[in-house]
Design a protein around this ligand. Structure first.
Ligand SMILES: [Zn+2]
Ligand SMILES: [Zn+2]
Length: 392
């Protein structure tokens, strides 16, 4: 509750109100006309956040429509922010550079040489998304994706360690201009979308997996029940019809017609019930971007020469000084959630294994970073078979 009270107090102050904590769990608010209008409050209002409050206090809580009403005040504020993570003293350097590199970079079909290490600042783009999955039940959750825009690496695995470091850091202002300059240009909207889409797709599938499985179990159980019920009816009617076969007479003929119609009606009802179930259990997933944080961090940047056959290429890989950990190398096709990368022959792209697979149509292997749309030999469009991204 005290978190909520602090948030509401802060939000109201930023929106122009004068806020004073009164009693232990209340806020006394002097609201400007805009807030009075938006929230439907008088000029002076007392807000209560706990079970005990004064008789004239408005009870504010997580339940009800409070979050929606506060969101109106929040508007788009806080959607985008930037911070710089500053360390006390000098930026540390790893003791054994080669060991760090050997651990970070695993290239089974290429060799790599460390060219040098230099201290710089990296921009980590941390994006938050909210997903909502609705079928007969509802599941909501948040997903974070993070990238180093300097090296192109996905740093989701480092985020877990970076977040506590960030939480301990006193509120800082915007990054120094020198830091922003060192971090290089920002990604364009198209760059971000290209990187985010496949990862987000895969992460959401993983997140809703248990929800989906439980839903499919309920669906199967309901289908079985509907089937068993109609099967029983059908058998009984079919038995009656069989007993009537061979018997002559007008009345028997009428009975046969009735039982035949009954059988048809049972089948129709069975189909209709299954359609109902299908509608009831249809899954809809929506994903919204919620927030972006540009976090500037001190790094030691490794310049690494990658050699494959006659080609060579320079790549960069950052060692994050605040958490003393190296990021995984960039991955130019596929999700790249492990550290091992294959290097392509022509442009020395770093990709995950599946991104160098044989074409599913003509059988010739090709690089999905060189040819993202289709196989260069037979032009067949390839379904992604990257780890974790297969269709459910
Ligand atoms: Zn092909
Ligand atoms: Zn390639």
């Amino acid at each position: 509750m005290s978190d909520l009270r602090a948030f509401v107090g802060d939000l109201l102050e930023r929106s122009g109100a004068i806020v004073e904590p009164s009693e232990s769990q209340e806020l006394a608010v002097l609201a400007p006309p805009s807030i009075q209008e938006q929230m439907g409050w008088p000029e002076f209002v007392r807000l209560g956040f706990g079970p005990e409050r004064s008789h004239d206090a408005v009870a504010v809580g997580l339940e009800g429509d409070w979050m929606d009403r506060l969101a109106v005040l929040l508007r788009d504020n806080g959607r985008w922010s930037e911070r710089e993570l500053r360390l006390d003293g000098d930026t540390p350097v790893p003791q054994d550079l080669q060991r760090v590199l050997d651990h970070a970079l695993d290239l089974p079909n290429a060799i790599c040489r460390l060219r040098g290490v230099a201290e710089t600042r990296a921009r980590c783009l941390i994006l938050t998304f909210r997903y909502t999955a609705v079928s007969d039940e509802k599941r909501e959750g948040l997903i974070w994706l993070s990238f180093n825009t300097g090296t192109g690496a996905n740093i989701d695995d480092l985020l877990e360690k970076l977040q506590p470091a960030l939480a301990q850091m006193p509120q800082g202002g915007p990054p120094d201009p020198a830091t922003e300059l060192a971090a290089g240009p920002r990604w364009s909207g198209a760059d971000i979308e290209a990187r985010v889409r496949p990862l987000l797709d895969c992460r959401i599938r993983e997140e809703i997996e248990p929800f989906l499985r439980a839903m499919q179990r309920r669906l199967a159980r309901d289908c079985d029940r509907v089937h068993a019920y109609h099967d029983g009816l059908y058998r009984a009617a079919a038995k009656r019809l069989a007993a009537l076969s061979g018997a002559a007479g007008e009345r028997e003929e009428a009975d046969r017609r009735r039982e035949t119609m009954r059988l048809e009606a049972i089948e129709r009802e069975h189909r209709a019930k299954l359609d109902d179930l299908r509608r009831n259990y249809a899954l809809r997933v929506t994903v919204d971007w919620v927030q972006a944080l540009e976090l500037y961090v001190p790094v030691q940047r490794f310049e690494v020469l990658v050699r494959r056959r006659k080609g060579e290429r320079l790549i960069q890989l950052d060692w994050h000084a605040a958490i003393k950990a190296a990021e995984a190398p960039l991955c130019e096709a596929g999700l790249g959630r492990e550290r091992v990368r294959l290097v392509c022959d022509d442009k020395l792209h770093l990709t995950e294994f599946a991104a160098q697979d044989a074409c599913s149509s003509c059988g010739k292997p090709f690089c999905r970073a060189c040819f993202p749309a289709a196989c260069p030999r037979c032009d067949s469009v390839q379904l992604t078979n990257f780890k974790g991204s297969e269709r459910a």
